[in-house]
Design a binder for this molecule. Structure first.
Ligand SMILES: Nc1ncnc2c1ncn2[C@@H]1O[C@H](COP(=O)(O)OP(=O)(O)OP(=O)(O)O)[C@@H](O)[C@H]1O
Ligand SMILES: [Mg+2]
Length: 306
C-alpha cells in the first residue's frame, strides 16, 4: 500500500520583493508503506514546506495529497490521527515541564489512555530523569528526544522527521538514528525524513528524493543515485619510481586522473574489471599502497546542488 501519493503540488508564498514566490513546483511523490524515505536538498529548497504539506499542517495551492488512501486536505482530521511530525528544532511551550508538555499534546490529540501513552513515550525515549524539567532548561539532545516522544504519542503509521539530528553530538546522533531504525523495524512505521547529513541519509534511507528550488530533480536509492551520477570509484596508488600517469588514459573506463609525485588517484567506472590492467602498468615501479574507495552521497549532493 502507498503511504503517500502526491501529485502536482505547487506552493507559493508572498514575497515583498518578488510578489509571488514559487516554493514548490509540480512535486509528485509516491512513498510505499514501510519505507524510510529521505528528502534532501540545499537550504531553502522547500523540504520543510513539503513535509508540512504532506503532514496536513500546510495547504498546497494546487495538487493532490493522499495519505494511506485518505485525502490530506478534505480528510485532514483523519490523516492527523495517523501521522505525526518531529522537528530537530522543536518549539514547545517553554515554561512547561517535559511531562506537562506531553500531557498537553496527548490531550490535543484526544487520546483515550493519556497517562499510559505519556508513560510509554517517556520510557521509549529514556526521558524518565527529565519528567519535571522545564522545556527551556533542556539540552538540544533532550529537546529533540522530547519532540520524538511527542510525535510517537498517537502511535503514528507515518512519521515525518525534519532534520532529526541537527546540532547533536555524534554519540547522541547515533542513538537517535538507531532509535529511528528500531521504531521503523519494530512498529513498521513509515518514515519520511529530511537531513543535511549525507551519512545519515545513506545509513537510513531506502530511497531519496533530491529537491532543488522546489522541484524534485532526482529520486532513487542512494546506490542508484551514485550510479546515475556516474561518479565512479577512486583507485589511489602510492608508488616509488618513475611512472607516466598519462598511460592510464588508454583504459576506456578511466574518467579522470589526478597525480602528484609518487601518488595517483584514478577515477574510473567499474573498477573491478580494470584493476588488473592498472596494476600491470605499475609493474616497473614499487607500489607502496593502494586503496579503492566508493563515492559517497556527499559527492552526489554536491553534483546535484550545483
Ligand atoms: N511561511 C513562509 N512565508 C514566506 N516564505 C516562506 C515561508 N516558509 C518558507 N518560506 C520560504 O520558502 C522557501 C523554502 O523554505 P523551506 O523552509 O521549505 O526550505 P528547506 O528546504 O526546509 O530549507 P532548510 O534546509 O534551510 O531547512 C524558502 O525560500 C523560505 O524562505
Ligand atoms: Mg527545513
Amino acid at each position: 500500500m502507498l503511504a503517500i501519493r502526491s501529485e502536482g503540488i505547487y506552493k507559493y508564498y508572498k514575497d515583498r520583493l518578488q510578489g509571488k514566490k514559487e516554493v514548490l513546483k509540480n512535486v509528485s511523490l509516491d512513498i510505499e508503506e514501510g519505507e524510510i524515505f529521505g528528502i534532501l536538498g540545499p537550504n531553502g529548497a522547500g523540504k520543510t514546506t513539503l513535509i508540512s504539506i504532506l503532514s496536513t499542517l500546510t495547504i498546497p495551492d494546487s495538487g493532490k495529497v493522499e495519505i494511506f488512501g485518505l485525502d490530506a486536505i478534505k480528510q485532514a482530521n483523519r490523516v492527523k490521527s495517523i501521522v505525526n511530525v518531529s522537528s530537530g528544532n522543536p518549539n514547545f511551550p517553554w515554561s512547561l515541564t517535559v511531562i506537562e508538555n506531553l500531557r498537553y499534546f496527548a490531550m490535543l490529540y484526544g487520546l483515550k489512555n493519556r497517562e499510559e501513552a505519556v508513560r510509554n513515550v517517556i520510557s521509549a525515549l529514556e526521558l524518565g530523569s527529565f519528567t519535571n524539567a522545564r522545556f527551556d532548561s533542556l539540552s538540544t539532545g533532550t529537546k529533540q528526544r522530547l519532540s520524538l516522544a511527542k510525535a510517537l504519542l498517537n502511535q503514528p503509521r507515518l512519521l515525518f522527521l525534519d532534520e532529526p539530528t541537527v546540532g547533536l553530538d555524534p554519540d547522541m546522533a547515533i542513538k537517535i538514528r538507531k532509535f529511528i531504525r528500531q521504531i521503523h523495524n519494530e512498529r513498521g512505521i513509515t518514515v519520511v525524513l529530511t537531513t543535511h547529513y549525507m551519512k545519515e541519509a545513506e545509513q537510513l534511507c531506502d530511497r531519496i528524493a533530491f529537491l532543488k528550488k522546489g522541484e524534485i530533480i532526482a529520486k532513487a536509492s542512494p546506490d542508484e543515485l551514485k550510479r546515475q551520477m556516474k561518479l565512479g570509484e577512486v583507485i589511489s596508488i602510492g608508488y616509488e619510481g618513475e611512472f607516466d600517469i598519462a598511460r592510464l588514459k588508454d583504459i576506456p573506463q578511466v574518467i579522470d586522473i589526478i597525480g602528484e609525485k609518487g601518488k595517483v588517484k584514478i577515477v574510473a567506472q567499474d573498477v573491478e574489471s580494470i584493476i588488473d590492467r592498472v596494476l600491470k602498468m605499475f609493474c616497473d615501479v614499487h607500489i607502496r599502497n593502494i586503496e579503492v574507495s566508493q563515492p559517497d552521497l556527499e559527492d552526489v549532493f554536491l553534483k546535484l546542488a550545483k
